[in-house]
Design a protein around this ligand. Sequence first.
Ligand code: ARG
Length: 424
Amino acid sequence: MGPVVSGIIPLKKQEEQKIAEKIVLAYSGGLDTSVLIKWLQENYDAQVITVTVNVGQQEDLKEIEEKALKLGVLKHYSIDAKKEFAKDYVFPAIKANALYEGKYPISTSLSRPLIVKKMIKVAEENEATGLAHGCTGKGNDQVRFDISFASLAPDLKIIAPVREWNMTREEEIEYAIKKGIKVSSAAKKYSIDQSIWGRSIECGILEDANKEPPEDAFEWTVSPENAENTPEYVSIKFEAGVPTRLNNEDMEPLRLISALNTIGGKHGVGRIDHIEDRLVGLKSREIYECPAATVILEAHKDLEKMVLTRHEVAFKQNVDSQWTFLAYAGLWNDPLRNDLEAFINKSQEKVDGEVRLKLFKGGLQVVGRSSEFSLYDKNLVNYNIKTGFNQSYSKGFIELWGLQTKMANILKQKISKDTEAELT
Ligand code: ARG
């Protein structure tokens, strides 16, 4: 037997064997992620590759790229994913009537799995060793990034320094200045996240849940009082549950959504003030501007009510809210989402037709709808026309429909009479 070889590698050797870290970072160009580049370079001795995915955040991508390169990243990727986002993320959300807690169209949540998908492609191309994000430990985004990273690239390290470094905003600014990172003089009032599906606004004065949001929080919508003085009508055509035509003009998903953001915005439609339950247990006050989402979801829900049976509608509400929860909760890659989508997509085969809406001073109403799959029959409900609906059947129906309710009440009365008699 030869000598026993110790499993412990001497420190010096370990140093030599240390694999250089190559980290792909989701980069927005803001303070947090800019500080992160330097922090990763110093604390991880890492080469940093930055990725900015364009989901419609309306920022200067060239400027973001220049900033990243100036901070010494190995490479920067600017990826235009707007069309893919509209088709593969927003459209399924429309079919699912996705409103988290009945109010928020999950515009931020939906973009996260797509950003991760693009980051992982970059990581594979560059043989990266880790994936990093700049989310804090208080929000939902860390959950979405971490779970998507771990699901799609289980072998890569997950690095989330903002969760651990415990720097206050002032300390971060100080660090940034020391490292030569440009800090915008007008320290941002709000934390903002944008995609084509909406604009999320939080922090600052908005944290006072009892205060009306100041006008400067809004960019996509005018206030109802400043909105146009004449109402505007729009008509949206849906095919298999997704919008394909606006005001009789065929449109690609991205164009249709942008057009409705503009129209909704100028009528003050789509402002949302939400007390929201975050995954980490906190309640937060969030403001959103989602004009297109508000209009499209309202129209879609209305059309579904016309073409689906009451049983389909009722069952689908549960499926929709479960789908929305998965997308909100960082579980986009859970197999259940695809299972639910199998049902949702099947149900959408009949969601074909046109919905007309009226927008005026912050208000939105559906004013008309039509579909070749309509279960609504004007003649059938009209009292003045003789149809196949035999009213005399209703008497017997009511008898049976109310049978148990009637019995329960008769029994209740009998019991209370009996106890009264016993007491006297
Ligand atoms: N609460 C929303 C979500 O978790 C939006 C979060 C991002 N908001 C922001 N202003 N940065 O999806």
